[in-house]
Design a protein around this ligand. Sequence first.
Ligand SMILES: [Zn+2]
Length: 60
Amino acid sequence: MARWCENCDRPVEGDVCEMCGNTVVEPPKESIPWRWRFFIVVTIIYVIWRIYQLISWLSH
Ligand SMILES: [Zn+2]
């Protein structure tokens, strides 16, 4: 993924912008929001609970 020079407002190949000489830092990687992690964990727990209920219902 290309880096972005905020001075020139253009994508930059490499570490330094060839137009203005500005050192371009790599944008921080977006981590998964904690709400999504919470939602995924809750969904997994719910699915396990439903499977458990189904198994216990079938075994009776
Ligand atoms: Zn630049």
